[in-house]
Design a protein around this ligand. Sequence first.
Ligand code: URA
Length: 234
Amino acid sequence: MARSGVTSRRKAEELIKKGLVRVNGTIITEMGVKVNPLEDEIDVAGKKILPEEKKVYVLLNKPLGVVTTMNDPQGRKIVTDLLKDIKERIYPIGRLDYNTEGLLLLTNDGELAYHLTHPRFEINKTYFAKVNGYVTELALKELRQGVMLADGLTKLAFVKLLKRTAKESSLEITIQEGRNRQVRRMCEKVGHAVSYLKRIRLGFLELEDLQVGQYRCLKDFEVKKLKIDCKLTK
Ligand code: URA
């Protein structure tokens, strides 16, 4: 199911456990049932799954003011609206806030999406952040060593101080996790509201000369390397 782009592997397991998946009309509730996608008919909650479609991997420089969910009750612009010539149904790997700019990967490869977002596989994400005020050495140490947030202590982070004045500081922050609004919450917790946030790196991928709003497909060697880095293949 993950390979056919219907959902992530984790969610596929939940659907199976809930008895929503049928193979040739029979409900299955156990993991690991082998199917032949060309011969067997599989449906999820009555909806037929079509055979695997071509895998597409898109790297976008997300602009501000766009959501990374697939529909928005408030009617705001959706990230896939920007991908005019991509025919496949692809979805963002992880999320970036409405007010965050930068590197976003989108794909219909559910398995890769699962591995890239799972904390176990520890893919680094690097952000450029402008924050209010003068960030002290103590605040930097706290950011690096772990900040206690409502959903627990953050893991070790790499934090580079790029610039600081009494009014504003610029930081490069690398985290391994991908919790909701994590960088904003970490900075707020040490007393500095984020005024601008951009993801500049995901694993080895960088934006390079991709302008805001522009996108490109990943090259084969980049897909291979990503899979190796998130322990999907050797
Ligand atoms: N951390 C945040 O606070 N926001 C993002 O969009 C990404 C990481």
